[in-house]
Design a protein around this ligand. Structure first.
Ligand code: MN
Length: 431
């Protein structure tokens, strides 16, 4: 589904958009913003600006299906737009592209509807009805499995079932918020009884968040052949994790309070259309791995169901300046063992209904190499091996005042690079 909006040669009259690290005209991610009056409205990021979609529609500068898409954001969320499906979203992208292109004749009418992004406040893009976090990063599963079961790191179900758990939506917030270190029950191996107190092993997980567009009715699974059409876009996601709490509580029902105190997402939804040039074949399964069961197998999904998104994590240690950010890891989302479409097909296969604005986390995305490990649990080999920072400090897990920043970019020869903007959070002391 490539078209003129993916042409790397096209430029915008918004000069900061040209060669912008995240938001050139080929991206056009959707979000919710407000200005001094506090009213939440849908916007699109272009260079260093946000274009007000509501005012654009009111001015009659967009029409037909694209205008319907904007009207659907009237409640200050993208849920209604997501619910309309792909065609109105694609139409909106095409009309926005034409209005913002260098050759546009409407510049004089569009320009007053741009706001400097630094003067705007961003909000949650959608009301998230339900949130599910998967475990699709096989290198993460292997790295973590090796810590506990060196001989047999992957459990026998891993290559058959996309593993996941139902998470908590109330504590999901956008980039820039403080993350209060949770109190919880934890017990070190050398302790006889657990105690309640501040988490000692606070960690992050480098993930993608997949936004559900159209959902499905209860009892009507989404077929793998159509599953990708139900993903409206992608954000970066940090599944903050209290490892000591997790170790004590996770058996037999899985993560609970270790995960439900905070999740951070980047506020811009990079649409499925913007990501079209960066689709990739599903991770090749090594010889001997089982083929996906038929309900998870589709030749088109195998050929182009994955995404190649370069993901980086940085640590700005407590007291340091942003310029002293330490790069924790760099890897690609191509390492997912399951495609987003397979996650959707599996999630609904028993009849469960997804709804517009639901969020699916990928699971921690680590690569094969040591410099691409997406959590401190992996980087420090289970908390056993500290790592050094340029300042001479060292870390095992996160300390109060530490800031974790994610960046994500899609780069491919012949196409304009696009990015996700920031996903950041700063650790605050336990209450
Ligand atoms: Mn996770």
């Amino acid at each position: 589904m490539l078209d003129n909006t993916h042409d790397a040669a096209r430029r915008s009259w918004v000069s900061s958009a040209n060669a912008h690290d995240d938001f050139p005209i080929q991206n056009l991610p959707l979000g919710i913003f407000s200005r001094a009056d506090g009213a939440r409205r849908a916007g699109v990021a272009i260079g260093d600006f946000i274009l007000d979609l509501t005012r654009l529609a009111e001015a009659g500068l967009i029409d037909a299906e694209a205008a319907d898409a904007v009207v659907a954001t009237g409640d200050g969320t993208l849920n209604g737009l997501f619910a309309l499906g792909n065609a109105p979203r694609r139409s909106l992208r095409q009309q926005l592209f034409a209005l913002l292109e260098e050759s546009s004749r409407d510049r004089a009418r569009v320009e007053p509807l741009l706001h400097a992004a630094k003067d705007c406040k961003l909000h949650m893009p959608a009301v998230i009805g339900d949130y599910t976090d998967f475990y699709a990063g096989i290198h993460h599963a292997l790295n973590v499995g090796r810590l506990f079961r060196p001989e047999n790191p992957l459990l026998p179900n891993y290559k058959y079932v996309p593993i996941g758990y139902h998470g908590r939506t109330s504590s999901i917030d956008i980039s820039g918020k403080g993350i209060v270190r949770p109190n919880g029950q934890r017990k070190r191996p050398d302790e006889i009884d657990p105690t309640f107190g501040p988490c000692r092993n606070l960690d992050y997980e480098l993930e993608l968040g997949f936004w559900i567009g159209t959902g499905n009715d209860l009892g009507k699974p989404i077929n793998i052949a159509q599953a990708a059409d139900h993903i409206a876009g992608i954000s970066l996601l940090n599944d903050w994790s209290a490892r000591d709490v997790q170790a004590w509580e996770y058996q037999p029902l899985g993560p609970f309070l270790a995960k439900n105190f905070a999740t951070t997402i980047s506020p811009w939804v990079v649409t499925a259309e913007a990501l079209a040039p960066f689709r990739a074949a599903q991770l090749a399964r090594p010889d001997g791995d089982p083929a996906p069961l038929p309900y998870l197998y589709d030749s088109k999904d195998q050929a182009a169901g994955a995404f190649d998104i370069l993901m980086e994590a940085f640590l700005v240690p407590s007291g340091a300046e942003q310029g002293d950010a330490h790069r924790l890891s760099c890897g690609s989302s191509i390492s997912m063992y399951w495609t987003p479409g397979q996650l959707v097909a599996h999630h609904t296969s028993g009849g469960c209904n997804l709804q517009p604005g639901d969020l699916l986390g990928s699971g921690t995305l680590s690569g094969e190499t040591p410099d691409s490990r997406g959590s401190l649990l992996e980087i420090t080999n289970g908390g056993r091996v500290p790592f050094q920072l340029a300042s001479g400090q060292s870390r095992v897990f996160l300390e109060d005042g530490d800031t974790v920043i994610y960046r994500g970019h899609c780069r491919r020869d012949g196409f304009a690079s696009i990015g996700f903007g920031e996903c950041r959070g700063t650790v605050l002391p336990a209450p």
